[in-house]
Design a protein around this ligand. Structure first.
Ligand code: PLI
Length: 458
């Protein structure tokens, strides 16, 4: 047996089609060679993101029918609050429509003009945008290994404590709005943070009296890696591990569209009462009343159930192994990927894939477009286009990691479909010398990767 065993069976299916070669060439050209601008119906296997793309269980769908759509005090809010208290261990919960809603709120609560530095273990696009829109900065304090695609360090998401302390001393502790730690760091390739590192970040922040806020979006998958790789945790329950992880923070923001197996939703959770009270006041301005925060009652119910389901060890084992199944096939084909294979997808190293394409011609964007054109598989650029420009100099920033994210939705695709994806990427790799780069012809100011347009370089 090659692929991982699914701990579920399929009750409902959705038809998908594969456009022929000519139609795919036309579709990607019309989309300005930006996979975000493709129509979903023109995609066969959609590996753009693991966000909001999960298949819900029968129990979650049953929960949708129990939506209490009251404006205030919905029963589903209290179920959600209880799930978060039990699974993550936070005392207070503020629901939001999705993760960036919570990012907006936490930024407004903690960032002030004179206190606007938010060190983080590698940026995420929307997290950085919220800090910058309030005039702040997000210095990178992840360990160097995270920027090295081939480095096999098991906890590449760790915060570099020396880098963090240097930022605190150089900028002044009074200028730090909060220290932000992301779980299973997305832009590094879904790389986990160790428990020991979380504990040490907390200790360092205590010594400077700084708040610690987690981006706990992929914390269940991170907890699985702690159980698998960190000494002393192999016999611990995932929820126990999650409770310990979160105990090292004052609050977290959470996009529930990933590990909670739902299509929409998010929240801010806190142990710090002051953060909670301020967030609860702001949520009514920007999202909705503090007992729904932009979600319908039924969405809160599905989320409440999904948070629990997503911490089941058998499910997490299958989930992680399916991502590895794809990654290991690509490695067999000698395709350059980020190692170790991460939690939510396989990340292709475009600089090694296309050494002949200069960075100014966007190798990752080119690769994502070529994969679609070849096979109707949709992936996402995660390199210089996503990174954007330096706000002070206006220059493009070219990060070490110039990647294409092949992101696996949860419980959606079969192992056979993973084999199709691996074969499709192999075909592009075999023809790589014939592929030329792109030029950007339209560039929005903020989060440009979503809507930028490109043309083929002659
Ligand atoms: O997409 P939202 O607004 O629910 O969440 C924003 C967000 C916050 N933090 C992290 C680590 C994310 O990965 C994240 C969203 N990620 C997306 C959309 C993704 O495709 O990875």
């Amino acid at each position: 047996m090659r692929g991982p065993i699914e701990p579920f069976k399929i009750k409902m299916v959705e038809r998908v089609r594969i456009l022929d070669q000519e139609q795919r060439t036309e579709a990607i050209k019309n989309a300005g060679y930006n996979t975000f601008l493709l129509r979903s119906e023109d995609v066969y296997i959609d590996l753009l993101t693991d966000s909001g793309t999960s298949a819900m269980s029968d129990d979650q769908w049953a929960g949708m029918m129990l939506g209490d759509e009251a404006y205030a005090g919905s029963r589903n809010f209290y179920n959600l609050e209880k799930s978060i208290q039990e699974v993550l261990g936070y005392k207070y919960v503020v629901p939001t429509h999705q993760g960036r809603g919570a990012e907006h709120i936490i930024s407004r609560v903690l960032i002030k003009p004179e206190k606007n530095i938010v060190p983080r273990n590698m940026y995420f696009t929307t997290s950085k945008a919220h800090v910058e829109l309030l005039g702040g900065e997000m210095p990178d304090v992840v360990i160097d290994e995270a920027h090295e695609p081939e480095n096999e360090y098991p906890f590449k998401g760790n915060t570099d404590l020396d880098k963090l302390e240097r930022v605190i001393i150089e900028k002044g502790a009074e200028k730090i709005a909060y220290v932000n730690v992301e779980m299973n760091v997305n832009m590094a390739g879904g790389q986990p943070v160790s428990m020991e590192n979380l504990r040490k970040v907390r200790e360092l922040c205590n010594s400077y009296d700084l708040k610690v806020v987690f981006d706990a979006t992929r914390s269940s998958e991170n907890a699985y890696f702690i159980k698998e790789r960190e000494e002393g945790y192999s016999d611990r329950d995932i929820r126990e591990i999650l409770n310990e992880m979160m105990s090292y923070s004052d609050a977290c923001i959470y996009s529930a569209k990933k590990d909670c197996l739902v299509n929409i939703g998010g929240f801010l959770a806190a142990n710090d009462k002051e953060i909670y009270e301020k967030a609860r006041n702001l949520v009514v301005v920007y999202e909705g009343l503090h007992t729904y925060g932009g979600m319908a009652g039924r969405d809160m119910e599905a989320l409440s159930r999904g948070l629990r389901e997503g911490t089941d060890a058998r499910y997490l084992d299958y989930r992680t192994k399916q991502v590895r199944y794809l990654g290991e096939m690509l490695m067999e084909y000698k395709i350059p990927i980020v190692k170790p294979i991460g939690g939510h997808g396989v990340f292709l190293n475009a600089l090694k894939f296309f050494p002949h394409i200069p960075r100014e011609q966007w190798p990752s964007q080119t690769l994502a477009a070529a994969i679609y054109e070849g096979s109707a598989v949709r992936t996402m650029e995660r390199g210089a286009v996503s990174r954007g420009r330096d706000h002070k100099t206006g220059e493009n920033i070219f990060p070490n990691l110039e990647l294409v994210r092949v992101t696996i939705p949860r419980r959606v695709y079969t192992n056979t479909q993973m084999e199709y994806v691996a074969e499709s990427i192999k075909e592009v790799y075999e023809n790589r010398d014939r592929i030329t780069g792109l030029k950007m012809v339209y560039e929005p100011r903020d989060l440009r990767f979503f809507m930028a347009r490109f043309e083929k370089v002659a």
